[in-house]
Design a protein around this ligand. Structure first.
Ligand SMILES: [Fe+2]
Length: 274
């Protein structure tokens, strides 16, 4: 039996959204990613969000919820995110098992819809996962779905949520794992006049770039952080983070990245790969 999903109220005009990304949970609660126990860092992020009492209408999770594709990791996520008592929407990442997520979350209260209308905005959740490889690719069928949403709702400002950032970030190793059809993707979205922003994960760092009329955003991970502009694989010591967004009626937005204090979750910086 499917559980009822929480839905955003969407009645205040302005919309407040919390973005969480790259949580990388394991089947085992004690599982660690390069020295960081990811369930612990996620728990600390959730506690910090609750302590700050920041209002938000819903939560967007931009992929890599799991590190090991396990059903237990998705169960753990659903149990933990329920603490926020808010509607939760997601896209799969390269470390996820997309079909398993959709099957499981429909019974665990995490919303599996791929299109949301809220106030003057719509949110389109796209899949960029390519099975068992780190890079991304957005299929033509996904682009068609996006186009249909935009053409059917020309009066709505559009946020696209997709795991892989369709831009290079200036890190040689990480830029090999980008969305491999990013030129096609970016040209496609640039032709849709109501797209305002593309919200991503994957790069485990803060990105905020305007390209044409579209704002591309990526956010720190709730687990480990990649060092910006590093030639080879390298971790940085900034604390786990998340993003808060306020979406305005006119299609503009304000956003801030928040982080836990540095020093509580320290990764093993001696490793050479991920
Ligand atoms: Fe990730």
């Amino acid at each position: 039996m499917e559980t009822a999903f929480l839905q955003p109220r969407c009645d205040s005009g302005q919309i407040s959204v919390l973005q969480l990304t790259d949580i990388h949970l394991f089947a085992e609660e004690s599982g660690n990613l390069l020295g960081v126990r990811t369930a612990e860092s996620f728990k600390a992020v959730l506690a910090s969000i609750l302590n700050q009492s920041m209002p938000f209408d819903f939560v967007l999770v931009t992929g890599d919820i799991s590190q090991d594709y396990s059903a237990e990791s998705y169960q753990r996520f659903a149990h933990m995110i329920a603490l926020l008592r808010a509607p939760v929407f997601f896209v799969p990442g390269n470390h996820d098992d997309g079909p398993l997520m959709y099957r499981m979350f429909s019974n665990l209260g995490v919303n599996t819809q791929r299109h949301l209308v809220c106030g003057n905005w719509q949110f389109v959740f796209l899949n960029s996962e390519v099975y068992a490889v780190p890079h991304g690719w957005v299929q033509r069928s996904e682009l068609s779905f996006l186009k249909e949403c935009c053409l059917n709702n020309p009066h709505l400002h559009t946020m696209i949520c997709v795991h892989h950032l369709p831009l290079l970030v200036g890190s040689r190793w990480l830029d090999t794992q980008t969305m491999h059809n990013q030129d096609e993707f970016n040209a496609f979205v640039a032709r849709l006049p109501n797209v305002r922003t593309v919200l991503c994960g994957h790069v485990h760092q803060q990105v905020d770039v305007m390209q044409g009329a579209i704002r591309y955003l990526a956010s720190p991970s709730t687990s480990i952080q990649f060092e910006p502009l590093s030639h080879n694989f390298s971790l940085d010591l900034h604390g786990p983070g998340w993003r808060y967004l306020t979406l305005n009626i006119d299609g503009t937005l304000e956003t801030q990245v928040h982080r836990l204090p540095q020093g509580r979750f320290i990764p093993d910086t001696g490793v050479e790969g991920y």
